[in-house]
Design a protein around this ligand. Structure first.
Ligand SMILES: C[S@@+](CC[C@H](N)C(=O)[O-])C[C@H]1O[C@@H](n2cnc3c(N)ncnc32)[C@H](O)[C@@H]1O
Length: 206
C-alpha cells in the first residue's frame, strides 16, 4: 500500500472503526447488492460489508486513493471485506454521473450536499437512501415525493442501531419554520430537529 493511501485512510478512520460499525448496522438491517456512495472522499468503509460499491467524488486525493487499487483492497481485506468485490471510483461531479437509472439498491449521502436530488434517479424503486442531516439533504429528501422515511440510524457510545419505530417523532423542527427546497439551497445547512439521529433511511417509492 502506498504511504499516501495509508495516510489518507488513517485520517479518515480517526475514530477507529466508526464507519465500519455504521455500515455493519445498516447492512444487517437492510441488505443491499449495488451501492452508490456519492461524495465519498476516501471513505471506503461500505466495501467492508457490501460487495459492489461505486464511489464518486471530485477530490483529487480521493482519485489518488482509489487509484491505489491494491492498497484499497488491502484496507478492505483488513476489515473483513470481500477483496474480490467490485469497487469503482468515478472521479467527477455526482450531479452528472453517467450511470444507469434505477440500478442501485442503496445510495449514500453523508456530509456531501444534495445527493438525494442529484442521484435519486439512480436508485431503484424500493431502494434505500442513507442520508444525514448535514447540508440539509435529509430535509430535502423529506420534501421529495420520491422518498418515504422508513427508518432512522441512531448512535450511542459509538454503536449504531437501525429502527423503524416511532418515526413520527423524527424530523420535527425545534422551532416552527417552513422548509422549502429554496430555503435549504440558500442555507446549505441541516435543520435543527428535536431529535438528532445519526442518519435517516428513506425508501424510493416512485
Ligand atoms: C465533507 S466530505 C464527506 C466525505 C464522506 N462522505 C464522509 O462522510 O466521510 C464531502 C465530499 O463531497 C465531495 N463533493 C461535494 N460536492 C460534490 C459533487 N458535486 N460531486 C462530487 N463530489 C462532491 C467533496 O469533494 C468531498 O470529498
Amino acid at each position: 500500500m502506498k504511504d499516501k493511501t495509508k495516510a489518507l485512510w488513517d485520517k479518515q478512520d480517526q475514530h477507529k472503526g466508526d464507519r465500519w460499525r455504521l455500515f455493519q448496522a445498516v447492512s444487517a438491517a437492510e441488505p443491499a447488492r449495488r451501492v452508490l456512495y456519492a461524495g465519498s472522499y476516501v471513505d471506503v468503509a461500505p466495501s467492508f460489508v457490501y460487495d459492489d460499491v461505486t464511489y464518486a467524488d471530485t477530490d483529487k486525493r480521493a482519485a489518488a486513493f482509489f487509484a491505489d487499487a491494491d492498497g484499497v483492497r488491502q484496507i478492505i481485506g483488513d476489515h473483513g471485506g470481500n477483496v474480490n468485490g467490485r469497487i469503482e471510483f468515478l472521479h467527477g461531479d455526482y450531479r452528472s454521473l453517467d450511470l444507469e437509472a434505477e440500478s442501485f439498491d442503496l445510495l449514500i449521502s453523508l456530509y456531501a450536499g444534495f445527493i438525494s436530488e442529484a442521484c435519486g434517479h439512480l436508485l431503484r424503486i424500493g431502494g434505500l437512501l442513507l442520508v444525514n442531516s448535514s447540508h440539509g439533504d435529509a430535509a430535502l429528501a423529506a420534501l421529495d415525493p420520491r422518498f418515504k422515511l422508513v427508518a432512522v440510524v441512531t448512535s450511542a457510545n459509538g454503536r449504531y442501531s437501525v429502527t423503524d419505530q416511532n418515526l413520527d417523532g423524527y424530523m420535527v423542527t425545534k422551532k416552527p419554520q417552513t422548509i422549502t427546497r429554496d430555503s435549504l439551497s440558500k442555507s446549505c445547512r441541516g435543520i435543527a430537529y428535536t431529535k438528532s439521529p445519526f442518519a435517516y433511511l428513506f425508501e424510493r417509492v416512485r
